[in-house]
Write a protein that binds this ligand. Structure first.
Ligand SMILES: Cc1cc2nc3c(=O)[nH]c(=O)nc-3n(C[C@H](O)[C@H](O)[C@H](O)COP(=O)(O)OP(=O)(O)OC[C@H]3O[C@@H](n4cnc5c(N)ncnc54)[C@H](O)[C@@H]3O)c2cc1C
Ligand code: SF4
Length: 349
């Protein structure tokens, strides 16, 4: 009987890793620090996912069920790895619940942390109740309560969505593009218009990155079918007159200042490195890349390889990733981890 494979983090990447390994007959120990599996889409109450259009609770909930129902997977909730010793084929993990796990290999799928908009104070979050984030709007929709102004519970008549909040922003040390927030925002804009047909929705952008096939389905459809308006702008500040929230900036196409009052302003927040990454890097002795995500070693030879043989990584732990890509990376890392567990890994893997 082969040793277990340790998977750390039960989001989409960890769930796909665990499922792929279990389906191949491999025993898996899946460690999740929270009291539920599902990662950000479940823990943060996402609504309908892009690009599938499925509710997060159904799509990711299904991934959770097939892992928890699988006898090859031992799920440990409310648990972290405190210590990780040994070498490829022979690791010992000391868990926070006092137990020890002997693992042949491990896959780190510890994900990302949502950008905290408090770090962009000039855009009004934390100062005005009607300035919210995309995750808050997702929660309004997924809870079934609908999109309402937090200040008075009324239906908003004008909503602004500000893109690239906490991404592509050198001033606050975040140069990366978070990949998915343009598409998520275009989707939310359409959902708001669908629920509140009298509400005007404006998207403030630097560039639109509804990449690949998503351009037609989200960027063009949101304008042509749902009449969402896009403003290419540089935003200076978000203030309030006591009722409306006011977005001030420059329309960079016509090079004129613009000041527009809204009932709600939504920050399209980006994906930060997991706040625990320094600790994870120390415990597992794996390197971080310059922005603070877990570093991947030679993506072409060993899928998901890190600098430490036998320790692999997948999903948004490595940088901003979509759910689809996180799932695919989880499956690829599962193959690498399985080869180690079965003693068929070459030195390069
Ligand atoms: C507002 C917003 C909306 C989005 N909507 C979409 C969408 O519609 N479609 C799409 O494709 N993508 C979307 N994304 C991106 C999506 O959230 C990620 O692609 C996905 O969550 C990545 O999955 P993951 O498993 O890598 O990480 P996560 O979902 O972050 O899961 C990581 C898991 O690891 C656990 N963990 C962390 N640290 C530890 C530790 N030390 N020990 C044990 N467990 C740990 C966490 O609790 C979590 O359960 C969105 C992102 C944002 C910001
Ligand atoms: S996906 Fe769009 S909103 Fe998100 S960081 Fe990239 S350009 Fe900005």
């Amino acid at each position: 009987m082969t040793k277990t494979v340790l998977v750390v983090g039960g989001g989409p990447a960890g769930l796909s890793t665990a499922h792929a390994l279990a389906q191949a007959g491999q025993h898996v120990t899946l460690v999740e620090k929270e009291d539920r599996l599902g990662g950000a889409p479940i823990l943060d109450g996402y609504a309908k996912l892009v690009p599938s259009g499925e509710w997060a609770k159904d799509a990711i909930g299904g991934m959770v069920d097939r892992v928890t129902d699988n006898p090859n997977v031992d799920v440990r909730l409310n648990t972290k790895v405190d210590k990780f010793d040994g070498e490829i084929g022979n690791f010992t993990a000391a868990l926070s619940d006092g137990q020890q796990v002997e693992a042949a290999s491990t896959v780190l799928t510890t994900g990302f942390t949502h950008f905290d908009s408090i770090n962009k104070p000039e855009w009004g979050f934390g100062m005005y109740p009607d300035v919210v984030t995309t995750t808050q709007v997702e929660q309004m929709i997924s809870s079934g309560n609908g999109v309402r102004r937090p200040s008075n519970g009324e239906k908003p008549k004008r909503v602004a969505i500000l893109l690239c909040v906490g991404s592509r922003d050198r001033q606050i040390g975040r140069e990366w593009c978070s990949k998915i927030c343009c598409t998520v925002s275009a989707n939310l804009a359409m959902e708001i218009r669908e629920e509140l047909p009298d509400c005007h929705v404006y998207v403030y952008y630097m560039d639109i990155r509804t990449f690949g096939l998503l351009e037609t389905k989200y960027y063009w459809r949101s304008q042509e079918e749902f009449k969402v308006k896009y403003i290419k702008a540089r935003i200076a500040e978000v203030t309030s007159d006591g009722d409306k929230v006011i977005v001030k900036g420059e329309d960079t196409l016509v090079k004129r200042p613009i000041t527009i009052p809204f009932d709600m302003v939504v920050h399209a927040i980006g994906m930060d490195p997991n706040v625990d990454n320094m600790l994870i890097s120390t415990i597992f002795d794996v390197k971080l890349e310059p922005n603070g995500f877990l570093d991947r070693e030679n993506s072409y030879a060993g899928m998901g390889a890190t600098n430490r043989p036998g320790v692999f990584v997948a999903g948004s732990a490595t940088g901003p990733e979509t759910i689809d890509d996180s799932i695919a990376q989880g499956q690829a890392a599962a193959i690498s981890a399985l080869n180690v567990a079965r003693g068929t890994a070459s030195a390069a893997e």
